[in-house]
Design a protein around this ligand. Structure first.
Ligand code: PEP
Length: 251
């Protein structure tokens, strides 16, 4: 039985004051039992969030890490070891905004994934197709290539301690959501791809859906057999909305 995970990606949002406000809201939430919950603030606010959420069952993650696991001469980057030292338990790898806007390559992402695991962090590998790729009928091919690249570099065993997030690029921040059936088709194909290498890994790995998830649509997405929770962007900036999404994962 896979434990659902709901993770809130705050992206490049927040100030010390708004983060303090969000922490206050999160602390007041009634959280469902049996659901793992995390928030992923900008790196600058990780310490504030870790301290602010002390005693609350909400983990903290980072949105990115360096290709090198340990601290060193890499100006502007943050090592996975430093994220772990600051109280992070998760790190996003390959969010589409970083793939598309910052040009992160598949090779770079495998190194980040490995760096995260070397420091005890759980990588959340984000994969998904653009609208043009979906319209060209290439969704499964694109997602298989993105997942396959990490499997090829690190082996399927790496996914025993990782999470996959299927995030169709056309659904991120657009208000468009994949239908539960569209999402399930891709999630099932991700699990099937892992199963060709390891039935155990495929059975245990959590595959999150991300892309304009809100309290209003979360329950029907989370009800699908291969959807094990969500990666939530915009809606995670509102504590009450985020709480409602977390509860949908527990029902
Ligand atoms: C995301 O950024 O990972 C995301 C899913 O964003 P949104 O929920 O705003 O579409």
């Amino acid at each position: 039985m896979r434990r659902p995970l709901v993770a809130g990606n705050w992206k490049m949002h927040g100030t010390r004051a708004s983060v303090a406000e969000l922490i206050r809201g999160l602390r007041q939430l009634a959280l469902p039992v049996g659901v793992e919950i995390a928030v992923i603030p900008p790196a600058l606010y990780v310490t504030q969030v870790v301290t602010g959420l002390e005693g609350k069952a909400i983990g903290v993650g980072a949105q990115n890490c360096a290709v090198e696991p340990m601290q060193g001469a890499l100006t502007g980057e943050i090592a996975a070891s430093q994220l772990a030292d600051s109280g992070c338990a998760y790190v996003l790898v390959g969010h589409s905004e970083r793939r598309q806007i910052l040009g992160e390559s598949e090779a770079m992402l495998s190194r980040k994934f490995a760096a995260a695991q070397a420091c005890g962090l759980i990588p959340i590998l984000c994969i998904g197709e653009t609208l043009a790729q979906r319209e060209a009928g290439k969704t499964l091919e694109v997602v298989q290539r993105q997942l396959g690249s990490v499997i090829e570099q690190l082996g399927v065993g790496a996914f025993a301690r990782a999470v996959v997030a299927y995030e169709p690029v056309w659904a991120i921040g657009t208000g468009l959501t994949a239908s539960p059936e569209q999402a399930q088709e891709v999630h099932a194909s991700i699990r099937a791809q892992l199963r060709t290498e390891s039935a155990d890994v495929a059975r245990g790995v959590r595959i999150l859906y991300g892309g304009s998830v809100k309290a209003a649509n979360a329950a029907e997405l989370f009800a699908m057999p291969d959807i094990d929770g969500g990666l939530i962007g915009g809606a995670s900036l509102n504590a009450d909305e985020f709480g409602a999404i977390c509860r949908a994962a527990g029902s």
